[in-house]
Ligand binder design. Structure first.
Ligand SMILES: Nc1ncnc2c1ncn2[C@@H]1O[C@H](COP(=O)(O)OP(=O)(O)O)[C@@H](O)[C@H]1O
Ligand SMILES: [Mg+2]
Length: 259
């Protein structure tokens, strides 16, 4: 593996994720249809989770699940006792930023004592509701920003993964930066975090390249996980991307291989 900002503290994550990428790739062909989930329809089976490119507890995806657990352990060690907000952003589009955000959130949800909340902050190109087979009929983040009266409870969606909820991006399609710089956004994030001490928040942001959103979102986060496309983003591009964030917030770089 070519680089990792704090290699000694995060042993092996990139290698394991690489293996994970290969393995998930092989499973792609098993079924093309993503079964729609009912809003309160209980837990998804492992095969349904794999269709959503998500880890689960069975042995077959153990290396992937372990890779995400390692990142979880590292974040928890950085944070101490309190729950926190983690921004996950890719260096360039289609490097797996949303994939990592979703699975990291799932890894936290696997811990019975924790819940996790994934917030799709890619306003222009939202993907999590589609990836997870959720009909976002009650709106999402930007709808709450535009119409606070709808209330945050109504935009929290069950995902089929126990302890994991999703806030979809919502119906606006302009730049996210206006929403993210607003006082209301900070209030919403703060109240979501402080409402339950065991709730961990994951912001899925757009790629660092080409938009200011990632940088703006970092102000709302305690930690930043940067996702680099393995063999795709050059060391120069990765270094450049890292300069956007406060070093104290940087949890690490995850190398992800999208086939
Ligand atoms: N390690 C991986 N294994 C299998 N599929 C992956 C992996 N990483 C990304 N993908 C898939 O590649 C596509 C692009 O990934 P995505 O997370 O949406 O990228 P980004 O958010 O960086 O634009 C998605 O369909 C995603 O499910
Ligand atoms: Mg994405």
């Amino acid at each position: 593996m070519t680089m990792n900002i704090e290699d000694d503290k995060m042993p092996g994550i990139s290698e394991v994720l690489e293996a994970a990428a290969h393995s998930l790739e092989m499973r792609k062909s098993s079924s093309q249809s993503i079964a729609r989930m009912h809003e309160h329809g209980g837990s998804l089976a492992p095969v349904q989770l794999e269709q959503r490119r998500m880890i689960h507890r069975e042995e077959s995806v153990r290396p992937q699940a372990d890779a995400f657990r390692e990142i979880r352990t590292r974040l928890l060690a950085m944070a101490g006792q309190q729950n926190f907000v983690t921004l996950v952003v890719a260096v360039s589009p289609r490097s797996g930023g949303s994939f990592v955000a979703r699975n990291l959130a799932a890894a936290f949800a696997f811990d019975e004592a924790k819940t996790s909340l994934l917030i799709d902050c890619n306003v222009r190109y939202p993907s999590q509701h589609k990836a997870m087979g959720i009909e976002a009929t009650r709106g999402g983040l930007t709808d709450l920003m535009d119409h606070p009266a709808i209330g945050v409870e109504s935009i929290l969606y069950h995902t089929g993964v126990p302890h994991l909820r999703l806030i979809p991006a919502g119906s606006a399609r302009e730049s996210g930066s206006e929403y993210f710089t607003s006082f209301r956004m900070r209030t919403v994030i703060d109240s979501l975090r402080s409402r339950y001490a065991d709730r961990y928040l994951f912001l899925d942001g757009p790629a660092i390249k080409g938009a200011p959103d990632a940088r703006i979102l970092a102000d709302l986060a305690d930690f930043v996980v940067v996702v680099a496309g393995y063999g795709k983003d050059t060391p120069g591009a990765i270094n450049q991307a890292l300069t956007h964030f406060e070093p104290s917030k940087l949890a690490g770089v995850v190398f992800n291989q999208v086939q």
